[in-house]
Design a protein around this ligand. Structure first.
Ligand SMILES: Nc1ncnc2c1ncn2[C@@H]1O[C@H](COP(=O)(O)OP(=O)(O)OP(=O)(O)O)[C@@H](O)[C@H]1O
Ligand SMILES: [Mg+2]
Length: 454
């Protein structure tokens, strides 16, 4: 006989006899989840009286809580370790999300190579058979004595295997295929995914197992439909990139043990993922020379400066409202810069369609890229190339003025390292700026001066 289950709303806690698309109490959509009736939550009143009766649960003084530094271990992939904030933390739960075929399973299998030198690793796959995983491991050259494989989708069996084997690291590929037999919902539904993640979280915290969970990103770009999982886990990593090109970027969306602004860059090949320690070189490879509409800038990805190529194409519009498309650059920011360029730079860009692209799948969300965007737009509008050895760094304000950016010294060293000899920067750069030998700074106060120089 099937175990009894109950339904409740994750937004307001309202309980329902059956599943519904919308919560009748708070009117939120897609928030009703199912869980076993045995684990039914007690009402607040019942909880309060139970607490009084026992009186045994005592909060502790913060000063009395003993702390030990979190134990970290290296995964063997420096790029991944950096994104994790200096290695994986023991007893943490890491969610690795990404589009189908991007290389999530490959990345996880590759880190097993190093992990199983000093730890017992259990790789649970609900998507592939043990044979398939073995074949992939052979292709990637992964072998290890303490690497165990399990093709299983029932979470109870997985927990049982973990209890018996006592691994240090558990990899679950993927959370959408795991299910709790007590729930009637299909694997991959919100309730199942939440329930399974909770169980894995208990394994991580209770037994000190480091758990890596792979999650599929759906059409809207979130893991398992709603972003519920992101709140539950310690660390959320997104693996991004385009199927057509071989570069993959790993970024942290959340990290309870480190910063979230680092990125890791990989290249996908026949033998799996290889690290790209110098992303600037990769991002600038194949850059066109003497062509209008492209300019190089330097953005900070965490503590690392990375050069990025910004491209713009302006063409006379044949529509009433000009078309604007952006790839890798904020759409509203691009519109703002086009307006500033027209009003303060005197270029009639409103009669043009504008297509904007950032090379290499990079997402530029830093104002420091503004000036390069303006330069690329102006270069395309006037159909005149930007000198190949020139980079541009600076934030553009609404009056067309240029504002200084942080870590300019570091950015300039990176620009110089990759062979650029000139750099457009804001007039005010701070007093103690160290400029590398051989790099000429062109200080400009506003975009008019920048355009005049070009
Ligand atoms: N020889 C090869 N055989 C198979 N895949 C290869 C090979 N060389 C490169 N690849 C790449 O590996 C990718 C598959 O990687 P992987 O299975 O790790 O992706 P995934 O993110 O786990 O996908 P899914 O969501 O389907 O599980 C392919 O899309 C392809 O780009
Ligand atoms: Mg996979």
């Amino acid at each position: 006989m099937k175990a009894k289950t109950m339904f409740y709303c994750t937004e307001c806690g309202n309980e329902l006899p059956k599943w519904a698309g919308q919560c009748p109490a708070c009117k939120a959509w897609n928030t009703i989840v199912e869980q076993p009736a045995e684990t039914k939550r007690k009402s607040s009143a019942a909880v309060a009286t139970a607490g009084e009766r026992r009186g045994s649960i005592k909060p502790r003084l913060m000063d009395e809580v003993e702390t030990t530094r979190e134990l970290r271990f290296q995964t063997g992939m420096n790029e991944l370790d950096r994104v994790l904030g200096g290695g994986a933390v023991q007893g943490s739960l890491v969610l690795v999300g990404g589009a189908p075929g991007i290389g999530k399973s490959t990345l996880m299998l590759q880190i097993c190579q190093n992990l199983c030198r000093f730890a017992k690793v259990l790789y649970v796959s609900g998507e592939e058979s043990e044979r398939q995983i073995k074949l992939r491991a052979e292709r990637l050259g992964v072998r290890g004595q303490e690497l165990y494989l399990l093709a299983e989708t029932n979470l109870d069996d997985v927990v049982e295997a973990v209890t018996a084997l006592q691994p240090d690291v558990l990899i679950v590929d993927s959370i959408q295929t795991m299910y709790n037999g007590e729930l009637s919902a299909a694997p991959g539904s919100i309730g199942q995914v939440k329930d399974c993640t909770m169980a894995l979280m208990n394994l991580a915290k209770g037994r000190g197992v480091t758990v890596f969970v792979i999650g599929h990103v759906n059409k809207e770009g979130s893991i398992a439909g709603p972003k519920v999982l992101e709140h539950m886990v310690d660390c959320v990593l997104y693996f991004e990139g385009e199927q057509q090109n071989s570069y993959r970027i790993l970024r942290a969306a959340k990290n309870r043990f480190g910063a979230t602004n680092e990125i890791g860059v990989f290249e996908m090949g026949d033998a799996g993922l290889t690290e790209v320690p110098n992303p600037s070189e990769m991002l600038l490879a194949g850059r066109p020379q003497d062509t209008p509409g492209t300019c190089v800038t330097c953005v900070m990805e965490g503590v690392r400066p990375v050069l990025a190529e910004v491209q713009a194409l302006l063409a006379p519009t044949s529509f009433n409202v000009p078309r604007r498309t952006c790839n890798g650059f904020d759409f509203n920011r691009a519109n703002l810069l086009l307006a500033v360029l027209e009003k303060r730079g005197g270029l009639m860009v409103s009669s043009c369609d504008a297509y904007i692209n950032v090379i290499g799948g990079l997402n530029l969300d830093e104002p420091a890229a503004d000036l390069a965007m303006v330069v690329a737009l102006a270069s395309s509008f006037r159909d005149r190339p930007v000198p190949g050895d020139l980079a541009a760094i600076g934030e553009v304000g609404l009056t067309g003025e240029l504002r200084s950016v942080n870590a300019l010294g570091q950015r300039l060293s990176e620009v110089h390292r990759l062979g650029f000899t000139k750099c457009l920067v804001p007039q005010r750069t701070g007093a103690k700026l160290e400029v590398p030998d051989g790099l000429q700074l062109i200080k400009v106060r506003n975009i008019r001066e920048a355009l005049a120089f070009l």
